[in-house]
Design a binder for this molecule. Structure first.
Ligand SMILES: Cc1cc2nc3c(=O)[nH]c(=O)nc-3n(C[C@H](O)[C@H](O)[C@H](O)COP(=O)(O)O)c2cc1C
Length: 301
């Protein structure tokens, strides 16, 4: 069930973990069979270690989850020291999700990581809604983004994915900037702005008030974004947002996603990739589909 993201880049499965919902992979290795994933996307790495935002920073709602983790992570140095050994021995592709406070930080991280042959690609996070610096500010302005992506492109020949936010005025223009400045693929979408209020304390439940909303409620928003962007760019789209079942995954592919990511659903069911993988195989068999690429965008043709 392979998927081609670039002439020289094939995923053996269309399923990937969404950044931040699968750690660095090592925490889950005892329960999850990574063979069902085409690659591993790490939690976002920043140049310096980050503690993230103070609690409360997670809250479950009826149809999803609010998070305001704030890119808590072990930083580039510790990542290389503590995680390389585990990651480099995996058979699946290794994609490192990165973010920076400044353009220079993004560039320094890519420059440093690019020396390691075991790293197959990057997912550039320009879409985190939960930080003051180094998040969505890079993903909402076309000029800032085009400078960043074209400079990163010059630093690496590895797969370059840009992960976008739905919390922008015109996602199609932002996606075109990625397409025109050398990105190989676009991930759609990061979390949607959300908030919940505790009526007894008369206060927002999340310390930073506005958080990122994920889970089943955002699936229609994500699919609409996939459809809008798909018709305007040539590069593949990786769909993410509210995939909680095999049918959800197929929906994204029919809407135009070449591959999909599983995020919040991992917290409910860490084995969901296996279920989705088997369902897609069976769905293709029943529908006489030999190449999953034939399903991509089929609902809109
Ligand atoms: C707890 C949590 C942490 C996340 N951390 C990151 C992160 O570090 N980097 C990133 O690019 N996206 C992060 N995300 C966003 C997810 O990768 C994904 O884009 C989003 O949750 C939508 O997908 P879902 O509805 O399937 O969860 C995080 C999401 C959650 C719920």
């Amino acid at each position: 069930m392979s998927v081609r993201l670039r002439d020289d880049f094939i995923l053996d499965s269309p399923i990937l973990p969404a950044s931040g919902t699968f750690g660095y992979g090592d925490e889950l290795i005892d329960i999850v069979n990574l063979d069902y994933y085409g690659g591993l996307i790490t939690k976002t790495i920043t140049l310096e270690e980050r503690e993230g935002n103070p609690p409360e920073r997670i809250f479950e709602t009826k149809c999803g989850m609010l998070n305001s983790i704030g890119l808590a992570n072990i930083g580039l140095k510790r990542f290389l020291k503590e995680k390389s050994e585990f990651l480099k021995n995996l058979r699946i592709k290794k994609i490192i999700n990165i973010a920076g406070n400044t353009e220079d930080e993004y560039l320094r991280i890519v420059e440093d990581l690019d020396k390691y042959n075991w790293i197959d690609g990057y997912e550039i996070n320009v879409s985190c809604p939960n930080v003051d610096k180094g998040g969505i500010q890079f993903g909402k302005d076309c000029i800032t983004l085009s400078n960043l992506i074209s400079k990163v492109r010059k630093l690496t020949k590895k797969l370059l994915i840009v992960k976008l936010s739905p919390n922008v005025d015109d996602i199609v223009s932002i996606a075109r900037v990625c397409n025109d400045n050398g990105a190989d693929a676009i991930t759609l979408i990061n979390t949607v702005y959300g908030c919940a209020i505790d009526i007894y304390k008369k206060k927002p439940v999340i310390n930073r008030v506005i958080a990122g909303y994920s889970g089943p409620a955002i699936k229609p928003i994500a699919i609409a974004n996939v459809i809008r962007v798909k018709s305007e760019v040539n590069i593949p789209i990786i769909g993410v947002g509210g995939i909680f079942s095999s049918e959800d995954a197929i929906e994204f592919i029919l809407a135009g996603a070449s591959a999909i990511q599983i995020g919040t659903a991992h917290f409910n069911n860490p084995l969901i990739a296996e279920e989705i993988y088997n369902f897609i195989v069976e769905y293709c068999r029943k529908n006489g589909i030999l190449n999953i690429a034939d399903l991509v965008g089929a609902a809109l043709k």
